[in-house]
Design a protein around this ligand. Structure first.
Ligand code: PLP
Length: 392
C-alpha cells in the first residue's frame, strides 16, 4: 500500500485548461484556441544571447533574487518604461511570473489568511493560495461594466483575516483593462483595510484601447507588489522568467523564499532576459499589432454573432458566451472539441461567474483563429436550430 499524498496536494486539481490541452492533443486536426501563449518563436537575438551564455560556461547557480546585472536592467526598465522610480534592491527575478506570484503571496500571507482574487480570474491564484494554506475569496468583475470590479461588493468581502488583494489588468480571461480611476480606487480600498496589493501585469504590453495603469503608480505606502514577466511580452513561455517590484524588505523576503523553493532562476534564461531588455522592441510591437488584428477579427465574427461576453481591450483572450446552449462550461468545451474540432478553455476554470462560457486565445495563427470562430458560430447555430426543431 502506498502512502496517499498530503491533504493539500491531494486536493489540488489540474485546471480545466490542462485537461482540454490533453484532450485536444488526442484530437487530430483540432484547432487549438485553449492555450494562453504566443504561438510564435522567441525573437532570434534573445535565443542567440542564451546560446552564447551557455557556450561561454554561464551555466552555474546565480544569486537567488537574480543576477545583479539583470536586477539593474529590470530596475531601469521599470523606471523608464513603467514610470516607477525603482532601485535594484526592489526587484527580484524569479522562475516565471508564476513563482513571483507565489513568492509574493508567501511574503505577505500567513496560513489561514485570506486573499481576494478576481472572478473570473486566472485559476493559478486560487491554487497557489490553497497550497500555501491561505483562503481565496473571489470578488466579482462585472460583465455589464466591461469586467471592471464592483468596488462595493469587493469592500463587503473584506474580513478580519483578509490580508491581500490580487489585481490583474490587462486581464486573463476577460481582456479588461481597468480605468485609472478604478486602479486608484483599488489601491485606496487596500490602504483603508491595510491590504497588500499583488498586481499581476504580465499582459502590460498588450493593450488595444485605453492605456495600462499600474496600482504601484497610486501607492503611497509600499503596499503594492507588481508582477511582470517575459513569457508573454517576448514569447518566452518555456524559458521561465518573471520578476517583481516591491519594497526592498518585501523583495528581500521574496529572494529568501526563492532560495528555499527554486534556488535561483535559470542562469541562461537570465542572460536571455538581459538581451530582451537591451534589444529592439520591434517584435513586441509586431505582436501587439497582430493580436489587435485578431481581436478585431473576433469582434467582427463572434461579436457580430452576439457570442462575445465583452470585446477584449487588452491581453489576448476573449470569453465566448454560450450559456443559452449549456450552462456547464466543461460540457460546452468538450462538445466544441468533439462536434467541431475546436479546443477552448472552459469558463468555470476561471471562476463561477464564467459558467456557460469558454475562453479562446487570440495568440493563435490568423486563419486558424478565423476557422475556429466560424466553427463556434456553427456550433451555436446548430444548437439553436436543434432547440427550435426539438421545440416543435
Ligand atoms: C494572468 C497571468 N499571470 C501569470 C501568468 C504566468 O506567466 P509566466 O509564464 O511568466 O509564469 C499567466 C500565464 O498564462 C497569466 O495568464
Amino acid at each position: 500500500m502506498t502512502r496517499p499524498p498530503a491533504r493539500r496536494a491531494d486536493e489540488l486539481r489540474a485546471s480545466g485548461i490542462a485537461e482540454m490541452m490533453r484532450l485536444a492533443a488526442q484530437t487530430p486536426g483540432a484547432i487549438r484556441l485553449e492555450v494562453g501563449e504566443p504561438d510564435q518563436p522567441t525573437p532570434s537575438h534573445i535565443v542567440a544571447a542564451a546560446f552564447a551564455a551557455a557556450r561561454d560556461g554561464f551555466t552555474r547557480y546565480t544569486p537567488a533574487p537574480g543576477l545583479p546585472s539583470l536586477r539593474e536592467a529590470l530596475a531601469r526598465k521599470i523606471a523608464e518604461h513603467n514610470g516607477l522610480p525603482t532601485t535594484p534592491e526592489q526587484v527580484v527575478a524569479t522562475s516565471g511570473s508564476v513563482f513571483a506570484l507565489s513568492a509574493a503571496m508567501l511574503a505577505v500571507l500567513d496560513p489561514g489568511d485570506e486573499a481576494l482574487v478576481p472572478d473570473p480570474g486566472w485559476p493559478n491564484y486560487r491554487s497557489a493560495l490553497h497550497l500555501i494554506g491561505a483562503r481565496a475569496v473571489g470578488y466579482p468583475l462585472v460583465r455589464e461594466a466591461g469586467y471592471e470590479p464592483d468596488l462595493e461588493a469587493l469592500r463587503r468581502l473584506v474580513g478580519p483575516r483578509t490580508r491581500a488583494l490580487v489585481v490583474n489588468s490587462p486581464s486573463n480571461p476577460t481582456g479588461a483593462v481597468f480605468a485609472p480611476a478604478t486602479v486608484r480606487a483599488l489601491v485606496e480600498l487596500a490602504a483603508e483595510h491595510d491590504l497588500a496589493v499583488i498586481s499581476d501585469e504580465v499582459y502590460e504590453e498588450f493593450v488595444y484601447e485605453g492605456a495600462h495603469h499600474s496600482p504601484a503608480a497610486f501607492d503611497r505606502d509600499g503596499r503594492v507588489i507588481t508582477i511582470y514577466g517575459f513569457s508573454k511580452t517576448y514569447a518566452m513561455t518555456g524559458w521561465r522568467l518573471g520578476y517583481a517590484r516591491a519594497t526592498p524588505a518585501v523583495a528581500a523576503a521574496m529572494g529568501r523564499i526563492a532560495e528555499a523553493m527554486t534556488g535561483c532562476p535559470s542562469s541562461v534564461a537570465q542572460k536571455a532576459a538581459e538581451a530582451a531588455l537591451a534589444g529592439p522592441r520591434a517584435e513586441v510591437d509586431a505582436m501587439r499589432a497582430r493580436y489587435r488584428r485578431h481581436r478585431d477579427l473576433v469582434a467582427a465574427t463572434l461579436g457580430e454573432a452576439g457570442l462575445l461576453a465583452a470585446v477584449p481591450r487588452g491581453a489576448f483572450y476573449a470569453l465566448v458566451d454560450l450559456a443559452h446552449i449549456e450552462a456547464d462550461s466543461t460540457t460546452l468545451a468538450r462538445r466544441l472539441l468533439h462536434e467541431q474540432g475546436v479546443a477552448t478553455a472552459p469558463g468555470e476554470t476561471f471562476g463561477p461567474s464564467a459558467r456557460g462560457m469558454v475562453r479562446i486565445s487570440l495568440a493563435t495563427e490568423g486563419r486558424q483563429l478565423e476557422e475556429g470562430c466560424r466553427r463556434i458560430i456553427r456550433f451555436a447555430q446548430g444548437a439553436a436550430d436543434a432547440g427550435a426543431t426539438g421545440g416543435r
